[in-house]
Design a protein around this ligand. Structure first.
Ligand code: SF4
Length: 236
């Protein structure tokens, strides 16, 4: 039974744990029904590498909105092959939902929240029916809503595990260097956070790695981590 007390005690328990230990603990805690939801963005190679050392059959999911950069898809192929990861699944928006809501593929111009909802949130929620928990690569140094991030959260009846919560930018750079991991091909071009083609630009503020996402909008997250109100109200 997962409730706010359980989440609180897990967070207390892992305060001094390294990310890999948080991942292995999570596999036990949630009966192996856990997946890594990866964007195959600028820092995704870190958790993929950790998983490859724990269990190559660990489920990995990519939400393909149909608006991903070709370079992201190429990077995905390269990382999966390099790390011999065997349990990868790409999920897509529902065709009928797209037909009914975004026939011209231009909803992102007028309603980014709805576009993210039908292209990311809905396909992920459908896929997560098979899991008790999922891993996210968010880190508190990324700022905005992520500043107060904890290793374990409970969002919409699923546990979200953030093993890199306490990683700093320096830790990220060191991990890439120490393990000789390839960077996303757009990283050297100056892209520090990479999502869909329409909503990704180079950062407007180098200190804020996500400042190139949804530029000129108040939106800072795609919505997959957004809580439904009910659980919040009941569990604070
Ligand atoms: S990031 Fe942009 S293009 Fe991608 S799903 Fe969200 S609004 Fe649509």
């Amino acid at each position: 039974m997962i409730d706010s007390e359980k989440i609180y005690s897990l967070n207390l328990k892992v305060e001094k744990y390294l990310p890999e230990r948080i991942i292995t603990l999570s596999m036990d805690e949630f009966d192996g029904k856990i997946a890594y939801v990866s964007s195959f963005g600028t820092e995704s190679a870190i958790i993929l590498h950790m998983i490859s050392r724990i269990n190559k059959k660990f489920p990995i999911i990519l939400i393909n909105t149909y608006f991903l950069f070709n370079k992201t898809l190429e990077y995905k192929h390269m990382l999966l092959e390099k790390m011999n990861l065997e349990n990868f699944k790409e999920i897509y928006p529902d065709n009928e939902t797209l037909q009914n809501n975004d026939k011209q593929n231009d909803l992102w111009k007028t309603n980014t929240d709805k576009c993210c909802d039908i292209r990311k949130v809905q396909p992920l929620n459908k896929e997560l029916k098979n899991y008790n928990a999922w891993i996210s690569g968010r880190k508190s140094y990324q700022g905005s809503e992520r500043k107060t991030l904890k290793a374990f959260e409970y969002i919409n009846n699923k546990v979200v595990v953030n093993p890199l919560v306490n990683f700093s930018q320096e830790n990220v750079d060191q991990y890439f260097k120490k393990n000789n991991l390839p960077r996303h091909p757009m990283y050297d071009e100056g892209f520090l956070s990479i999502g869909c083609t329409h909503c990704t630009a180079k950062p407007t503020d180098v200190k804020d790695v996500r400042s190139g996402r949804w530029i000129n909008q108040t939106k800072t997250e795609c919505g997959i981590h957004k809580r439904f109100k009910d659980w919040e109200n009941n569990n604070g």
